[in-house]
Design a protein around this ligand. Structure first.
Ligand code: HEC
Ligand code: HEC
Length: 281
């Protein structure tokens, strides 16, 4: 039998057996004693259904150790281990936090070129495993970032809907508009709302008339009505990518974990956002 060859297991089993033997012995001894021993001392006046209480004082040693454990417990919880104790995980977290503060202050105002370079570095390590080195999504394993964020992607979103970022409004339903209307709305949105510029300026006026379809959830200004829906006024910009990273996405083709666990600092999120947006240009 395998588990008998394991020394630690064997020791554990022997210990358990010893505890059982000692318990049976001690309990047996006291039960026997309870049958024959007569207790002594003065009874208190109260008595409950014939059960009385002795006036015997607490043994001093017992009372002192009882008080002692209470004091120790208070010290332990307030000043002792849990708050001030050393732990390797705690030390690691402190070091990471200190490093991140230093990092954030060093790169507080990066110029565009620095941001782009930093973004590329982050992308190759954190995003390329799923989205591919070129960002093309490796045959549908993740979103093709070389077209995501563009006018075409807005049309795609209107036709197919969007879900999985856990906004209070939930899912954006598919098929809100037909393809031509979607193109017009995308033209209006990129020209006037996200202000990234449209390739179809002739459609802007038609799109404006249809914008009410979107404003119900995203707000007239597209800013998402205080976090109820995504801020599509930043669609196609680093801020939108950063918000996707904070939310994660349980989408149609798979799940992208949220990066809101300290893996990336805020500046790194914006930097990788800038890099992602540069993939479409
Ligand atoms: C019923 C509410 C609702 C309506 C109406 C709506 N949206 Fe959305 N939209 C959402 C929500 C919620 C999300 C986030 C979905 C998710 O979790 O990915 C979203 C996401 C988006 C995104 C981001 C997609 C992505 O890939 O990240 C775009 C762009 C967008 N909507 C554009 C529009 C446009 C344009 C319209 C008008 C035709 C519109 N929405 C109408 C609720 C709505
Ligand atoms: C574990 C795999 C994985 C990693 C790592 C990953 N992604 Fe994703 N990402 C996905 C998948 C899958 C989707 C598509 C979800 C869907 O719509 O089905 C996605 C979607 C996206 C989207 C589109 C979201 C939307 O609103 O439509 C963006 C932008 C994005 N990822 C950026 C990034 C960036 C930037 C990184 C690196 C910091 C990254 N991803 C890392 C798997 C990943």
């Amino acid at each position: 039998m395998n588990w008998l060859n394991d020394n630690v297991n064997l020791l554990g089993l022997l210990g358990a057996a010893a505890i059982i033997v000692i318990t049976v012995f001690v309990v047996g001894k006291y039960i026997k004693q309870m049958k024959t021993d007569k207790s002594t001392g003065e009874l208190a006046d109260e008595n409950w259904d014939g059960i009385g209480e002795y006036k015997n004082p607490l043994p001093v040693g017992w009372a002192l150790s009882f008080l002692g454990t209470m004091v120790w417990a208070l010290w332990y919880f307030l000043a002792g281990y849990p708050l001030n104790g050393y732990s390797q995980i705690g030390e690691y977290n402190e070091e990471v936090a200190a490093y991140n503060t230093k990092f954030e202050s060093k790169w507080a105002n990066p110029d565009a070129e620095t941001l782009q370079g930093m973004g590329e570095g982050v992308f190759l390590v954190q995003c390329a495993p799923c989205h591919g080195i070129t960002g093309d999504g490796i045959n549908g394993k993740a979103t093709d970032l070389t077209s995501w964020g563009t006018e075409e992607a807005i049309v795609h979103t209107i036709l197919n809907g969007s879900k999985g970022m856990n906004f209070p409004l939930g899912e954006m339903p598919a098929g809100l508009l037909d393809e031509n209307s979607a193109k017009a709305v995308a033209a209006y949105m990129t020209e006037k709302v996200s202000k990234t510029g449209t390739k179809n300026s002739d459609l802007v006026a038609t799109g404006e008339a249809l914008w009410a379809t979107c404003a119900g959830c995203h707000g007239e200004d597209g800013k998402g009505m205080g976090g109820s829906a995504p801020d599509i006024a930043s669609y196609g910009k680093p801020e939108f990518v950063a918000s996707v990273l904070n939310h994660g996405k349980k989408g149609v083709i798979g799940t992208m974990p949220s990066f809101n666990d300290g893996r990336l600092t805020d500046i790194q999120k914006l930097a990788v956002g800038k890099y992602v947006n540069s993939l479409t240009q």
